[in-house]
Write a protein of this length. Sequence first.
Length: 186
Amino acid sequence: MGWVGATAASHPVFLMSLFLADYLETSECMGLNKKHSGFNTIELVVVLVITGVLAAVAVPRFFVSQQYSDRGFYDQALAISRYAQKSAIAIRHNVCVNVNIAPPSINLTYASAAGSGSACDTALPSPVGGTPPFTVTAKTGVTLSSSSPTIIFTALGSVSSAGATTTITVSSLPPITVETGTGYVY
């Protein structure tokens, strides 16, 4: 251990440090203080179980593309219907949402003449540019139905057809509803 002076030998912290240094030297020689690297068996089993559960439950959901196609077209149909209402208010003319069942698609046209009785005869361009008409087409496997083949938004944003609300249904998702009095699309 080495020479220790009388005053240093009486200090308890110094004595403890000498004891710990001596203990660590002897424990390293005996192999008690080895650093272990790697994983033990229990850790490996837990990781394998978690990986197996994820592989069985979560991963197959990423390979079912039909649900993504249905939801994507649903969102597009909702957006194009809302755009039609806003366009009717902006251009102060009738705007028609034309729902085509086969092949499933929705396109927009507007009346070139003002007035609530005017027919939609001109293709409405897309808000991001491109050639008219503004059309969204569903991918294969998506089904589309509507309570009315044409929804006409007036210059005030309301729906011109008399009667109950109009619905657009995409596959098995909840229907998109267009309120007659207000033209609210949800």
